[in-house]
Write a protein of this length. Structure first.
Length: 258
């Protein structure tokens, strides 16, 4: 397993997709901040728009709104599928390693490196916010709330990474992997909300969206975190991390590598 993880590390050092996605996300965050600042100045309310939104509000827009997730997912698609298109996966399996260990190493390294990307992006959101908006009035309480919020988003991000890796392992095609992943990220929250409406019309008191990881990510509060939400969020993060992991590992063991 150690050799497999080292191999992933070696491939990551030669892969430019991580840095391209990270810099693209950081550049977009800076652009949004500057655009909102310019809009406020044009309306004669210098800084008011940003201050009303606040750093927490901007974090919710970027993290809960899907921007951070999108760039992390694109990196994962490139990271996983490239091993199939370049023949690296076939070579590793051909060396006699257990297929389960090979998939676990790919899954573990991909998830961890994506969480590191997300963490760096969160620090970018905070740093730019402190420069353009300034220190919030709540001081220490603000940083405590933001730390909890970012921690929850990292948990949700780990579950989404697991789903993306499973999708890409199944598709093994760059276009299909990115296409399916983007469809899941964009349309699945709307789909489960539609199912909630249908169940409500049938007078069934079941809310599927409360348990779908992308809806949890969007609905995550930035302060005054309810205990029920924390418990449900952590539990669903674990479930949506382990379930795709198990399905992906089973598919990888039984399917030939072209």
């Amino acid at each position: 397993m150690r050799n497999l993880l080292y191999g992933e590390w070696y491939k990551w050092k030669k892969n430019k997709a991580f840095w391209i996605c990270l810099l693209s996300a950081s550049g977009m965050i800076l652009l949004v901040y500057l655009t909102i600042t310019a809009a406020g100045q044009a309306m004669g309310a210098t800084g008011d728009v940003l201050k009303e939104t606040g750093i927490s509000g901007m974090a919710a827009q970027f993290a809960g709104g899907g921007l951070v997730t999108m760039f992390g997912a694109i990196f994962l698609c490139i990271w996983v599928v490239s091993d199939y298109t370049h023949g690296a996966m076939k070579n590793v399996v051909g060396k006699g390693y257990s297929r389960t260990q090979v998939f676990l190493a790919k899954h573990l390294f991909g998830t961890v490196i994506t969480l590191i990307m997300n963490l760096i992006i969160f620090l970018v959101i905070l740093t730019i916010g402190l420069i353009l908006i300034g220190m919030p009035d709540k001081g220490g309480l603000f940083f405590q709330d933001l730390l909890i919020y970012f921690g929850l988003q990292l948990l949700f991000g780990s579950a989404i990474s697991s789903i993306v890796i499973a999708v890409c392992e199944w598709s093994r095609n760059m276009a299909a992997g990115i296409g399916i992943t983007m469809a899941v990220l964009i349309f699945s929250p709307l789909l489960v909300q539609g199912m909630d409406l249908l169940l409500s019309a049938l007078r069934l008191k079941i809310s599927i969206s409360r348990y779908w990881i992308l809806n949890l990510m969007t609905d995550c509060p930035t302060e005054a975190f309810p205990l029920r939400f924390l418990v449900r969020g952590i539990l669903m993060s674990v479930i949506w991390t382990l379930l795709p992991l198990a399905i992906g590992a089973a598919h990888f063991r039984k399917t030939d590598i072209g």
